[in-house]
Design a binder for this molecule. Structure first.
Ligand code: C2O
Ligand code: CU
Ligand code: CU
Length: 489
């Protein structure tokens, strides 16, 4: 059966499941046959205030547990949590310090934590071989020697990463430094972290149960939650705000824009500030990626509201064919602190391509072992291989520079590729969109490859030696084996 037919046939049951719910279907559907799709976004009322995760500075403790969280209007669900509630606290650290995070695993299963974007020693990186047994604890010591930026943390046990993240385990990790502080960017109430995720429910319970077909496309939820709140609104002022955006979804890509078409200013990416702000009307954000943006709401009248939405981005991909609202900003305060958008933000030292000692090319389009897993469809792979815990796939020298190419030109799936232990620069994208977007002009640890695209990245490996992974951050693909080991020697 072709995927499209499969979706049409299963669509009806999704409609039935929703019939008893008080949620409104969005009125903007034009493709009527799509409405019943299992992953068609259902918008809420945007009446719940946005939750803002608690910020803890420096050393802290995370108690990983199964608890009950309020994710959806009027109902609650069993979730996995780093505290007694939705999502982990935001951990904030200053460049130069070493942060220790004691993790107590009270889940009835193994977990661990990967500090996505942080460059830390091998045994602190949360490689899938380094797990914390049920009932045990482990203290991560994280030396923070990198640029200010929006990083994040989540579990990484092989074949359970997607489910544990989907069920609630994720948090933001913010690094600050003096360079960023000197810019006097909007802060306090005017700095808003937004962790965007899609969730699927069965009744009122969070439901993670991907079918074979959904391991191919990625598991897509019908409801968008931001910081754990379904269809939220945030009260803002007439003036500048800083949004730290994180796509914490397992597979869904967002093409972010504002409903009034107003531009916003991208000031940072995965690895911190860009050299200069770039004004955009829309911005693609793939699973694992972050974007730091400034928005000036002063052109809106008091009482007016504007939606953060996701625009269509592909007529071929199931998740690119819909526009839907994510959250609402309501202008309720007359003034915000004065702020002028700086012309320069930071210095980005461009890594010269001539300094690369080698180029490695990875085909990420092929499915392998069609007789094997995934109901005979084959499994996602990198360079023809799927993950094996003890096999070293690539060996690199500490402190040397390499170019890696990810090739999805023959592919028909979306793959956000992520490399642990390093921040890279993107040299070029050929095929598909054929260019680099605003966030891709800064330091990155995750890069989106749409079908038909090839991307070249350049990076200098750190002095930390040991085994790290690189993988697709579509977490269904990752758990399906789209991950390899590389060793820094
Ligand atoms: Cu955020 Cu190895 O992943
Ligand atoms: Cu990572
Ligand atoms: Cu993938």
């Amino acid at each position: 059966m072709k995927r499209r037919e499969f979706i049409k046939q299963t669509g009806l049951s999704a409609i039935t499941a929703w019939a008893g719910s008080s949620l409104l279907l969005s009125a903007c559907h034009t493709e009527e046959d799509m409405m019943g799709e299992a992953n068609w976004i259902v918008e809420g009322g945007f009446t719940q205030a946005l939750f803002k995760p608690v910020v803890v500075e420096g050393n802290t403790q995370l108690i990983v547990q199964t608890t009950t969280g309020q994710l959806l209007n009027g109902s609650s669900s069993t979730i996995l949590s780093y505290r007694n509630g939705v999502l982990g606290n935001t951990i904030k650290a200053t460049r130069g310090e070493t942060v220790s995070v004691q993790v107590q695993n009270n889940l009835g299963e193994e977990t661990n934590i990967h500090w996505h974007g942080l460059i830390v020693p091998e045994d602190m990186d949360g490689h899938p071989k380094d797990l914390i047994a049920a009932g045990s604890s482990f203290t991560y010591a994280l030396p923070i020697n990198q640029r200010a930026g929006t990083y994040w943390y989540h579990p990484h046990p092989h074949e359970a990463t997607a489910r544990q993240v989907f069920m609630g385990l994720a948090g933001m990790f913010i690094v600050t430094d003096s360079e960023e502080a000197a810019l006097n960017l909007p802060t306090g109430d005017f700095e808003i972290p937004l962790i965007i995720q899609d969730k699927r429910f069965s009744g009122s319970s969070l439901d993670y149960s991907p079918s074979q077909d959904e391991i191919m496309t990625g598991y897509l939820g019908e409801q968008i939650i931001v910081n754990g709140t379904y269809a939220p609104y945030a009260s803002v002022a007439k003036g500048w705000h800083r949004l730290r955006l994180l796509n914490g979804s397992t597979a869904r890509v967002y093409n972010l824009a504002l409903s009034n078409g107003m531009p916003f200013h991208v000031i940072g990416a995965d690895g911190g500030l860009l050299a200069a702000p770039e004004s955009v009307n829309s911005l693609m954000l793939a699973p694992g990626e972050r974007a730091d943006v400034l928005i000036d709401f002063s052109g809106l009248a008091l009482g007016q509201s504007v939606y953060l939405l996701s625009k269509k981005f592909s007529q071929y991909n199931v998740q690119g064919r819909q526009q839907y609202n994510i959250m609402k900003f309501v202008v309720e305060q007359a003034t915000a602190p004065a702020f002028t958008l700086p012309t320069n933000l930071s210095t980005i030292n461009i890594i010269p391509t001539a300094s690369a000692v080698t180029t490695r090319t990875f085909d990420i389009a092929a499915l392998v072992g069609s007789m094997g897993g995934n109901g005979g469809m084959g499994r996602h792979s990198i360079g023809g291989k799927t993950f094996e815990m003890d096999r070293i796939d690539e060996t690199v020298q500490a402190n040397t520079t390499e170019i890696w190419e990810f090739d999805n030109r023959m592919g028909d799936e979306i793959h956000p590729m992520h490399i642990h232990g390093v921040q890279f620069q993107i040299l070029e994208r050929t095929g598909g969109r054929g260019n680099l977007i605003a966030t891709e002009k800064g330091w990155k640890d995750t890069v989106l490859l749409m079908p038909g695209e090839k991307v070249r990245v350049i990076m200098t490996f750190p002095t930390y030696t040991g085994v790290f992974v690189f993988h697709c951050h579509n977490l269904e693909h990752e758990d399906d084996g789209m991950m390899l080991n590389f060793e820094i020697i």
